[in-house]
Design a protein around this ligand. Sequence first.
Ligand code: PLP
Length: 419
Amino acid sequence: MKLSIFGEKYTGQSGIVDLMADLGEALHTRPDMISMGGGNPGRLPEVEALYKNHLVELLETLDGAYNILGKYQSPQGDEVLLKQLAKLLRDEYGWPLTGKNIAISNGGQSAFYVLSNLLAGRFADGSMKQIQFPLVPEYLGYTDAGLEADFFTATRPAIEILDEHVFKYRVDFENMKVTDRTAAFCVSRPTNPTGNVLTDDEIRQLDAIAGENDIPLIIDGAYGTPFPNIIFDEVSPHWSENTILLLSLSKLGLPGVRTGFIVANEEIIQAYANANTILNLACGNVGPAIAGKLFQNREVLEISKNIIMPYYRERAFKTMDWFFESMKDLPMYVHKPEGAIFLWLWFKDLPVSSVRLYEILKQAGVLVIPGHDSFAGLQQPWQHANECIRISYAQDESMVKKGVEIITREVRKLYEQVK
Ligand SMILES: Cc1ncc(COP(=O)(O)O)c(C=O)c1O
């Protein structure tokens, strides 16, 4: 089969595709494998029951079923739902939004793909622009999104050691350069993979710099406010005319419905809706229909704040304590867990690469994500990128505990070999 450049790009080597295939294969061949690798949300029976009841109610009548199954919505999404979400965000945060500031997508991943390629890549005058990560590590899923090579650029973060075993990444504004090749800034807040939450000050500064340079600031809120609100400390949600906020139903426990939202100025929303027509004709209806129920009476805010966030917060700190206890004598650091559903572990001076550690752990029965693929856009090699792994603490508690034991055992062996 002869493939176009597009075909070659999308069938060629890709970190995320290889990794997802490997994770899938490992789980298939070894059902006892402890899964701390993927991004699946945890199971919360109370919330699952609520979604099921909403869906059953939506499908109870023939008209209800028709609305979900039998028609295309407009490419921007169901107007009633767009207005409903605009009102929710207006009421909650005072952002000056109408339905024209929002579009529905088939998940955050697809929204990012369309938006990043609308903003960056090759321009009519032959110039090339890039999406800039003010701070890496960033979400692995962005890495291969660009249609052009050299699509991302990134700045190393400053590392602040907070405690004997805790650190935090900060945007290194002194070394962050904006050039005429910068098309947009992009940050996930909370950050996948680290659980970092950029401070209000960092966000304000980024938006100001973006504004001065007439470029948008993309804030990927897949774990953020107002839903699923997996943020453990008080921070201010942010939107401005210059901000493109991406929201998703996935981490509420609904990844199967593939639904996300884009909140941006009207020009961006219109551009997105046009592109979405060509790519998808329209988005799926099941997720938006459930969202309509959840936005009614602001139920989505209640479950996010009172059930979902506390579940992950408890898990994060429990898992971190298990690592502290078992690795207290090792040069292990955890990124301060401030949100999302992962812990980011840094094994200082690890004698093997993070990919090798991933393989060793897989062999020992636990799946994690090696860190090195999360540094897209960095121009210079950085040893730190090879010393980190991401683990998810979302799954069954006893499994997570066992996973911590195995990771500790294997990492300890590696350090002991070089003593
Ligand atoms: C930061 C971030 N953005 C976007 C996505 C994609 O989410 P969705 O399921 O909405 O496509 C994920 C999924 O894990 C994520 O972690």
